[in-house]
Every structure is written in C-alpha cells, then in structure tokens.
Design a protein around this ligand. Structure first.
Ligand code: NG1
Ligand code: ZN
Length: 545
C-alpha cells in the first residue's frame, strides 16, 4: 500500500486546477502547456498501470506536434508501438479530470476494473520534444511512474516516431531493431544504402534535399543521422531551431495549409524540398518552378508514389499480395480517382485520426496509409513479410524476382511500421525517386491535384456537428448538409465537408473544385453556413479575396 501513500504525496506536488476538464482525443491531451502538469503526472500513473496490465513496456511522449510552441501535450504508446487502445483513452480522460481528493479512488477503480496485479513489474519509456515546457512536463511523467513503483527510461529529446520504435523494439525482444537512437539510425540507414545501390549513377544535385525542420526535434535528429547517409544523400537543413520559433511560419502543417514555402528556407527553382512537423511524424514535399509557382506534394502524392513502387515490385516478384491505400476525407479527389481508376488499387476512406487509418491498413497484406497532411506509413502483415523473406532467400528464384524481393525486404526495413515517421518516410521517398530515376517534377506530374481550401470556423460548441460516412456528411445540425449540398452544386468538380476538429476548438471546413477561385469561394460559403447554422461566434467569416 506504500505506493498509494507515495501517489498522494507526489500528487500534491502536481495539483489539478479545480474544475479544469480535458479530454484524451485523437492526439492524446493537447492544450496550453501551463495546464498540463497534473495531466503529465497522472499519465505517468496510467502508463504504469497499462504496463502492469499488458506485462510490457509502455511509452509516454510529451509533445504538441505542429501546435504553437506555447502548447504541449501527451500521448501513450501501446506495446507494439501503436496508439493507446480506445478503452484506455476513457481511463486517461477520467484520471485527468478527477479532482485532487478523488484521485486515489479513480486510480483504484481502474485497477479493480482491469484486475491489475499490482505486484507485476512496470516499465515506461519517456520522450519529449524541444518545447521549453517539455523538460518539466516530462519530469512530471517520470514522477508519476516512480510514485507507483514503475521503472522508467528517459530517452530525453526524441521524435515521436523514434519513441514508438523504441517501445516496439523492446517488446519484440530486439526483433524489430535495437531500442536505442543509434539502433534506429543503423536500421534505417542500412536499408537505405541497400536500396540506393539499385539507383543508377546519381549526380550530387540529384542526391540533394532541402529539409525544413520546423525549428523542432526533427531538425536535430536528421542532422544526427546525416553522417550515416553521407554517401547517398546530401542534406541542407533549414529551420533547425538555432534561431526561429517552433512551427512558426514553417513546418509541414504550415506548408500544407498555407500552400506556400516556409520562411527561413533558401532554395532555387526546381530544388526538391521537404518539411517536417514539430515532432517529426509528418512530412510533405514541394518545389517551386521557373515561374516561381509553388508545387506541393502532400500525403496523397506520397501514398501514390509508394503504392505504385510497391505494386510494381510485387508484380516483378510474382507475389500475389493484396495492397490497399487508406485515406481520409481530406484526400484530394484527384488522388482517389488516380488510385482507383489508373492504378486499380483498393482505396478505403476512414475517419480523421491516425489510429483509424492504422486499423484499416491492418486489414490488408500491405496497407499504405497517409493523411493528406503527410502523416502516414506502410503496414505489412506477418504473412506478407514471411512470403517476401522466403522469396528473397529462395535459391531457385530467378534474378529478376529475387531482386524485387530484395528491394521489398529493404523497403520493409526502412519503414517505421509503428506510426508515421518523417525521417523514415523521407528516406523511402528518396530511395524510390533514386531507383526510378524520377525527379520531383515527374513525381508531381503523376496526377494534378484539384485546387482546394481548408478553413476554420469558431462556434460556441463544436459538438453540435455530428458526421457520418467517414466524416463526409453532416448529420446535425439540421439543414447544414442540405446547405452544403446546394452550395457544392454551384461549382464544377466540387466537393465539401465539415467536421469538428479533435485537436482545436474549431470546426474545419474543406472544399475542392476545378479552380482555386471556386474552391476558395465554396469554402467561404460553407463557412458561412456553419457560422449561421452551428452557432458561430465572433466575426462572420470573411471572403478570401
Ligand atoms: P483535427 O484537429 O481533428 O482535424 C488534426 C489533423 C489530423 C490528425 C490530428 C492529430 C487535419 C485536417 N487534421 O486533427 O489529420 O493529424 O490533427 O495530429 O490535418
Ligand atoms: Zn506531429
């Protein structure tokens, strides 16, 4: 019982502001850093219980990803490196919102409901991003783990996907790789050099990539990795955190939503560039042309490039494996059309939020999933991995099939299957472009995006909007979907939907149409409908032009 006394004592050092209510959403807890100390302590407690329950190592990552520097957040990582299972998300919310004097009771309720053996050992891995608040907040997580008698390993500054990788390595007894940052660099860079061997002679220009590190952890980590890649890649890292502010006018979210270059990057027309987000689990590519026009290659273009590559390799290897691409409603209509009609792969649409995509991708032999914002990865089923390994080691296979199997094998190794990973995705994309001898312009030309626009509307309670059909249609408030349908009819090749954000107190509006003017006008008109029918607050949305 000594642990419970310690929990009470320590909890007094991490008190909950009375009345504060927060919810464990699609991205864990995320809000202003100054509201999170008690949440961190309590997530340390919860991670310890989860570890006892699963008899495995659990991860806790302190980050608010692409949010402003002033915010922070926390996410728990389950044993195979995946997101925390939904039933425990409810415990996280309960524990977070319990007032100070009820904490022990709530904790004991969870222990009882889950029949947790408190004598079981617990292990928790903790990581943090570069935010100023992350140091003390991750200390609060460690305090929580220790209060319940758990063991912790503090990885310090790591990207979100690196911590997911560590957890998976640990719980697979090293089968997935070595649970160190060095082990991560080693695994990925080995696979990259194996793949890069298959590229015909590339010039230094072709090996060059400009990286916008969003002034965050990704910049630090890609620099650390650079020495492992030197022969095959030349990186110029911008927004490395030495001067600019985290995610401010830079990073993957800024580039995707604003559809323009980040500040702080110096490039020439035609140069291949990419941006990470603040915790390096998202990546988007882009370039400017000789007219100075900006071209974005987002998660949809990345999914197309990767799935085309994999499909070609499967054909060459003569392997009959089912490959699918999983997207959300934010996927550009042109990408879905191309994937379904030209590439003829299965396309699935799920609700926004990585865990939905991840689960859907697990249903196939090979599931490529990407959110348009650049978060994504590829999942290989155990059966698919086995078939690929068998073929690669089969002495009777002819050279062409063997080469394809070898490429597939190294593709598996370069991918972080636990979660979207900017560094791993970057290496895979660079390898594919090198092997195919493809420029960023050729890649971009595979299909043309429909012009689109994303807007936000502030309403008094965003929960009044309920959606269906993978968030593509609004069920409530009454009349909203009809209004959207009428507006969409006014434009060519148009589509629009609205949904309450899971990470910000806003309603998101998405529109696409045949021209940018039409997409902008439609997004504005739909914003007005949301404002009028869903309880808009503040000024009425203004037209973009
Ligand atoms: P919300 O705020 O629920 O739209 C955003 C992203 C998601 C996902 C989460 C978690 C968009 C439109 N939404 O969610 O795709 O990445 O953040 O970080 O990009
Ligand atoms: Zn992120």
């Amino acid at each position: 019982m000594a642990h419970f006394e310690e929990v009470c004592k320590q909890s007094d050092l991490h008190p909950k502001p009375a009345g504060l209510v927060l919810q464990y959403g699609t991205a864990g807890f995320r809000t202003s850093a100054n509201k999170l100390d008690h949440i961190m302590f309590r997530m340390g407690l919860l991670a310890t219980l989860r570890s006892k329950k699963t008899k495995a190592t659990i991860g806790v990552m302190v980050t608010a990803s692409h949010n402003p520097e002033e915010d922070n957040g926390v996410k728990l990582i389950d044993p195979m490196g995946e997101m925390l299972t939904s039933s425990w998300e409810d415990y996280a919310t309960q524990l977070a919102n319990t007032e100070q004097n009820e904490l022990l009771k709530t904790l004991k309720d969870i222990i009882e409901k889950e029949a947790i053996d408190m004598s079981q050992e617990a292990n928790v891995y903790v990581g943090k991003d570069t935010r100023r608040s992350s140091a003390s907040l991750s200390q609060a997580v460690l305090d929580g783990v220790k209060a319940l008698g758990g063991h912790c390993k503090d990885y310090g500054l790591v990207t979100t996907p690196q911590l997911h990788y560590m957890v998976c390595c640990q719980n697979t007894q090293g089968k997935y790789g070595e649970a160190t940052v060095e082990g991560y660099y080693h695994k990925l860079s080995q696979a990259f050099s194996q793949l890069a061997k298959n590229a015909s002679n590339r010039t230094d220009d072709q090996k060059h990539l400009s990286v916008d590190g969003a002034n965050g952890i990704g910049a630090i980590k890609v620099r650390e990795m650079e020495s492992h890649l030197r022969k095959h890649m030349q990186l110029s890292v911008f927004n490395d955190g030495s001067r600019g502010k985290l995610n401010h006018q830079c990073g993957a979210d800024f580039v995707k939503v604003q559809q323009k270059l980040p500040t702080g990057i110096k490039i020439n027309p035609g140069d291949r560039c990419c941006s990470f987000d603040g915790d390096a689990d998202r990546i988007v590519y882009y370039y400017t042309d000789s007219q100075g026009d900006f071209h974005l290659l987002d998660g949809d273009k990345i999914a197309t490039l990767i799935s085309t590559f994999l499909k070609e390799l499967l054909n060459e290897a003569g392997l009959d494996l089912k490959i699918a691409v999983v997207q959300t409603a934010y996927a550009n209509g042109s990408s879905t059309h191309y994937l379904e009609n030209t590439m003829k792969v299965i396309v699935k649409c799920t609700k926004t939020g990585v865990k939905h995509l991840h689960h859907a991708a697990q249903e196939f032999d090979i599931g490529v999933y990407f959110e348009a914002n650049g978060h994504g990865t590829v999942l290989f089923s155990d059966g698919a991995e086995e078939k690929i390994q068998q073929l690669a080691s089969d002495t009777n296979t002819n050279d062409e099939r063997k080469k394809a199997a070898f490429l597939l094998q190294n593709t598996i190794n370069i991918i972080n299957q636990t979660v979207g990973d900017a560094i791993s995705d970057m290496l895979l994309i660079e390898a594919i472009l090198a092997i195919k001898g493809m420029s960023v312009q050729h890649w971009d030309a595979i299909y043309s995006d429909l012009p689109n626009r994303q807007l936000k509307v502030k309403v008094s309670d965003r929960r009044v909007i309920d959606t269906t059909d993978a968030e593509r249609r609004a069920v409530t408030p009454a009349g909203l979907q009809e209004a959207i349908d009428d507006l969409v009819k006014k434009y060519e090749k148009a589509r629009s939907f609205v949904r309450p954000s899971g990470t910000e107190d806003v309603v998101r509006v998405y529109a696409e149409a045949d021209t940018q003017e039409s997409a902008d006008a439609l997004a504005h008109e739909v914003s007005l409908a949301v404002y009028g029918l869903a309880g808009g607050v503040g000024d009425e949305p203004k037209p973009l032009h």
